[in-house]
Write a protein that binds this ligand. Structure first.
Ligand SMILES: Nc1nc2c(c(=O)[nH]1)N[C@H]1C(S)=C(S)[C@@H](COP(=O)(O)OP(=O)(O)OC[C@H]3O[C@@H](n4cnc5c(N)ncnc54)[C@H](O)[C@@H]3O)O[C@H]1N2
Ligand code: MOO
Length: 444
């Protein structure tokens, strides 16, 4: 991967890439996945690639919005408690009723919410405006349609008049046939899935969720639940980043920690490519003698896979300085190699992997929201010169303040777990006073 953009001036002898240039390079190389037809439940969170038009009006027929009686307006005109209209009940119309009774003069059909308005009827009077067929005062509910259809015959007293179309939901009052239901580019949330189902669509063309394989590296890592040995730590990165990938919209596969062995790592990644639209690794990208990701991937693909290969860079950011990005395998699957420190890998994920996942999904909103907030710190914060620092904090939307949680250390997993935002300290700042306005990335 290369960038035409300028890199940040070297600090010491290092060439540092800016956060923005690195992200731009990633987004330039990551393209939306090809669309597929998915069943509705599987399409949740996906981006629609077709304009969906309404095949049938909603509602498809005039229907009642209340449990009550379908009546002719002239029959109930002037009805009061004292002088109710007395109508002959000719039967029940329940939701789903096929054959409908014709309501003639002096007649009423008992009707349920959602049931089609029967021919002849012009309005619905709610059951509470009637005696419910019981011969007494105003009813509070209908008598259940028990054996023998009690309540679906006899007489009903109506105590109020009704205007034409009262309590009737007209055919097409929601959408009409031929209307645009949802346009291409819409992200399918629960209500959009509901609309698609309501107009009878069982499947839609969408961009699929990317399959993201997350693997961590490090011979010191063991799985949570196992007994810690000397010098060992639990692998938290693969869990955190798999969760973050899922949260971003991906189908995430967590691969357990791989030992610091280049051949094993290469073989593991190759095995995973079959189910990966993107690979994310953590650890092994620094300058140590056992920095296996760098060793395993620096050379990958150069001769065999034109256009492939992984580039390792140092970024002008803290945490998250060492980063790798490129593509791997015959499909040129994007690979992001993140630093191993837990906070570094998480912040790097937020800044680079999440946007890449969302770009694969075809989403326009690839970035987290950024707001301005007042720094509510107890002391002046310091930041390394020439590096964009991302401190963790809690954001108070009501007060418009951001309070740092924990320090700058990239091993502070507990503080990260209590943060819902990243405080951005620009490259040019070396200290920030409490009360200063800062950019805040909302990650909660
Ligand atoms: N001489 C230098 N040393 C380091 C530099 C440097 O420029 N010169 N950069 C530092 C920075 S900044 C970072 S960030 C780290 C990145 O190192 P690696 O990506 O090679 O990561 P590791 O060495 O494998 O691990 C670092 C640290 O994180 C712990 N870790 C790793 N994986 C996990 C995991 N899955 N779950 C929990 N914790 C994990 C690991 O045990 C180490 O403590 O390099 C600095 N060094
Ligand atoms: O850049 Mo490292 O990610 O500072 O901790």
């Amino acid at each position: 991967m290369s960038s035409t953009a300028e890199s940040v001036p070297a600090a010491g002898h290092e060439r540092l890439w800016s956060v923005d240039d690195h992200l731009a390079d990633i987004l330039a190389a990551v393209h939306p996945l090809d669309p597929i037809e998915l069943q509705l439940p599987d399409a949740q969170g996906c981006v629609l690639v077709e304009d969906v038009t309404v095949p049938v009006a909603l509602p498809p027929f005039d229907n009642s919005s209340m449990d009550g009686y379908a009546v002719r307006t002239a029959d109930v005109a002037g009805a009061t408690d004292e002088f109710p209209a007395v109508l002959t009940v000719i039967g029940d119309v329940a939701a789903g009723s096929g054959a409908l009774p014709e309501v003639g003069p002096g007649q009423a059909a008992r009707i349920m919410t959602g049931a089609p308005l029967p021919p002849g009827a012009e309005a619905v009077v709610p059951v509470e405006w009637t005696d419910g067929g019981g011969g007494g005062a105003a009813a509070t509910s209908m008598r259940p349609a028990g054996v023998g259809g009690e309540g679906a015959s006899g007489e009903v007293r109506v105590f109020r008049s009704a205007e034409a179309r009262a309590h009737v939901r007209s055919r097409g009052s929601d959408v009409r046939a031929g209307d645009l239901a949802l346009e291409a580019g819409t992200v399918l949330g629960p209500s959009q899935i509901g609309l698609l189902a309501a107009i009878g669509r069982g499947s839609v063309r969408v961009r699929p969720r990317p399959r993201v394989v997350v693997l961590s590296t490090g011979s010191e890592l063991i799985q949570p639940g196992e007994e810690l040995g000397e010098g060992q730590i639990y692998d938290s990165n693969s869990f955190a980043l798999t969760a973050a990938a899922r949260d971003a919209g991906a189908i995430a596969y967590r691969v357990g920690a791989v030992t610091d062995d280049a051949d094993t790592l290469r073989a593991t990644i190759e095995d995973q490519l079959i189910r990966a639209d993107m690979v994310v690794t953590t650890g092994g990208v620094s300058v140590g003698a056992y920095d296996v990701v760098k060793e395993a991937l620096s050379s990958v693909g150069d001769e065999d896979e034109p256009g492939g290969g992984v580039d390792f860079r140092k970024l002008a950011m803290q945490p998250g300085k060492p980063q790798g990005f490129g593509s791997i395998g015959p499909e040129h699957t994007p690979l992001l190699a993140l630093p191993g420190n837990p906070v570094s890998s998480y912040v790097s994920f937020e800044l680079f992997v999440r946007p890449a996942i969302r770009a694969l999904m075809g989403r326009k909103d690839v970035h987290r929201p950024v707001v301005r907030a007042t720094l509510a710190a107890g002391e002046t914060l310091s930041s390394p010169k020439g590096r964009r620092q991302f401190l963790r904090g809690t954001y108070d939307a009501e007060e418009g303040t951001i309070t740092p949680v924990g320090g700058a250390g990239s091993h502070l997993i507990a503080a990260l777990a209590h943060a819902d935002a990243l405080i951005v300290i620009p490259e040019e700042s070396v200290s920030v006073e409490p009360g200063t306005e800062v950019d805040v990335v909302l990650i909660g």
